[in-house]
Design a protein around this ligand. Structure first.
Ligand code: EPZ
Length: 417
């Protein structure tokens, strides 16, 4: 199995262009099902979750092509409505295809997404919303069979939690439903606005994204379009954390600083000097990071849960004790045990991680537990003295395009073996 090997302690310097957002391109790819013809998507990241999405789309009858970071999906001949079990297990966010498949074909069969590395991750909010829109859902032999006899109809939906995936699924189902849909207590993440921009350019009528009430007026038909995916704010935060732990000065191109306000203020509080000019961020880290007493993950625009692991790794080298409170997922600290093998001093209790700052880390063998947990191991390894071998790196490759070549291009001693 491939491993990432890092010899840490190197100062980084140079420029990285940040990839398109994983959590935007996935729902946008689902949205291509809602029209007949070729949708063209630019700034699509080269990551395995996109490859998995292609397999799902092709299994439904679409034709997918990739030319560098441009993807073309021809959804003229959709003739299926099932996502196979192995693909559901490979990528839990496949549930995002549910609304679009039902919007296109009137039915869908998926296996109930198992729990994953972040806890049970139920989809009750997705299913209760779809039922309100006229979908009957039966569960048999671990399969969810969804069907709408008279087509999807608009509904007034209140989410008891601003779930990103549920908000996106409802938007995808409501875009061509009969009538109007309101989503109250909707998620406000930038990726949701990007999905709405994509669908509106296809002829949808969606407004209110970015606020907690989204309004969709169903239309009869959507048309193929061309769209450019927004930059990945979590990948950008990952490279900032890499600079922070190595006392480096780096430049990030193709970012959206306005999507990263809570992240940037955390990095600045830890002592990094960050200048934002248009889509370029210049990061200059101190020799020793300040202690940041408490960091809490919250729904957008609060501090993003996905940046939690890399920030926990970074704060393990700060000059004091910090507390990280994970408020979104039930079990997002599985990476901490692996981090502690590199010399971090982190104790977790439920949703709280207490991080005692240490002077230095030392390389060790460790294993990815999940996507962002893997990014945390890379972050720590870049600062650790000696060599770190990271295994199970398929988790990292799900969401990070060219992370090894990008880091090595700015001076890290990192390779895949
Ligand atoms: C999306 O996951 C992202 N994934 C996650 O990124 C991100 O961490 C998360 O949003 C929060 O920002 C994609 O966009 C593909 P949620 P999602 O529904 O939609 C509970 C990464 O690292 N919940 O907002 O699954 C759920 O259990 C990934 O890129 C229900 O209880 O997140 C969780 O505790 C990880 N019932 C919380 O809400 C539901 O029906 C947040 O989940 C749905 C969710």
């Amino acid at each position: 199995m491939a491993e990432i090997v890092i010899s840490g302690g190197k100062t980084l310097s140079g420029e990285i262009t940040v990839q398109g957002a994983k959590n935007s391109v996935l729902p946008v790819l689902a949205g291509t099902l809602l029209c007949y013809g070729e949708s063209i998507i630019h700034n699509c990241p080269n990551i395995s979750d996109v490859d998995t999405s292609f397999l799902i789309l092709e299994g439904l009858g679409c034709k997918c092509k990739k030319q560098d970071s441009t993807v073309i999906v021809n959804s003229s001949a959709v003739n299926g409505y099932t996502i196979p079990d192995d693909l559901m297990r490979q990528m839990r966010s496949s549930v995002m295809f549910l609304g679009a498949i039902i919007g296109r074909t009137g039915k869908a069969v998926i296996s109930s997404p198992g729990g994953c590395e972040l806890g049970p991750r139920p989809i009750d909010l997705h299913l209760s919303a779809l039922k309100k829109m006229g979908v009957t859902i039966t569960e048999e032999h671990g399969l969810l069979c969804c069907e709408t006899k008279n087509g999807l109809r608009g509904a007034d939906i209140h989410l008891n939690f601003p779930s990103v995936g549920a908000t996106e699924n409802i938007i995808l189902a409501a875009a061509t439903a009969k009538g109007e849909t309101f989503i109250h207590n909707a998620a406000r993440e930038p990726e949701i606005s990007d999905l709405a921009d994509f669908l509106n350019s296809m002829g949808a009528k969606i407004s209110g994204c970015g606020s907690d009430t989204i309004y969709i007026s169903g239309v009869d038909k959507l048309y193929p379009t061309t769209h450019t995916i927004i930059p990945d704010r979590i990948v950008a935060a990952t490279y900032i954390a890499a600079a922070a732990v190595t006392g480096s000065k780096i430049t990030l191109k193709n970012t959206m600083p306005s999507h990263m306000v809570s992240c940037l203020s955390l990095f600045r509080e830890s002592g990094c000097d960050i200048k934002a000019l248009g889509r370029t961020l210049t990061v200059s880290a101190p020799k020793r990071l300040n202690r940041v007493p408490t960091v809490r993950s919250l729904v957008y625009p609060g501090f993003p849960t996905d940046a939690g692991p890399l920030v926990v790794a970074m704060l393990s080298l700060s000059s004091g004790t910090c507390v990280f409170v994970e408020n979104i997922f039930e079990n997002r600290f599985r990476y901490v045990g692996e981090l502690n093998r590199l010399g971090t001093k982190i104790k977790t209790e439920g949703k709280i991680a207490v991080i005692e700052g240490v002077q230095s880390l030392s390389g060790a063998n460790c294993k990815c537990t999940d996507l962002r947990g893997g990014a945390a191991l890379v972050t720590a390894a870049l600062a650790a003295n000696g060599e770190t071998q990271i295994s199970d790196i398929s988790h990292i490759l799900r969401g990070y395009e060219d992370i090894v070549s990008n880091l090595s291009s700015i001076g890290a001693d990192i390779k895949i073996v």
